[in-house]
Design a protein around this ligand. Sequence first.
Ligand SMILES: [Zn+2]
Length: 80
Amino acid sequence: MAEKACRKCMRIIVTPDASRRKSKKGEAAVDEKPPVCELCNSSDLSDEWSGLLIILDPKKSEISQKVGAEIPGNYALRVR
Ligand SMILES: [Zn+2]
């Protein structure tokens, strides 16, 4: 598994590892779509991010309001 960060909303997206696609026969065509952000649907994802921010309760978290996170989950603090 590889983790990418959305450049628009900073969400961390876990993408399937490309090398694992070959392991099972007959499944090659299933997973050919490029990964997109599960929140904003953007395909503008970056491998180069740092600072994992785990948001459990966005309404109570000041930092989640700073990054604009409204949904609990994992976010990057910096995305290049
Ligand atoms: Zn996004």
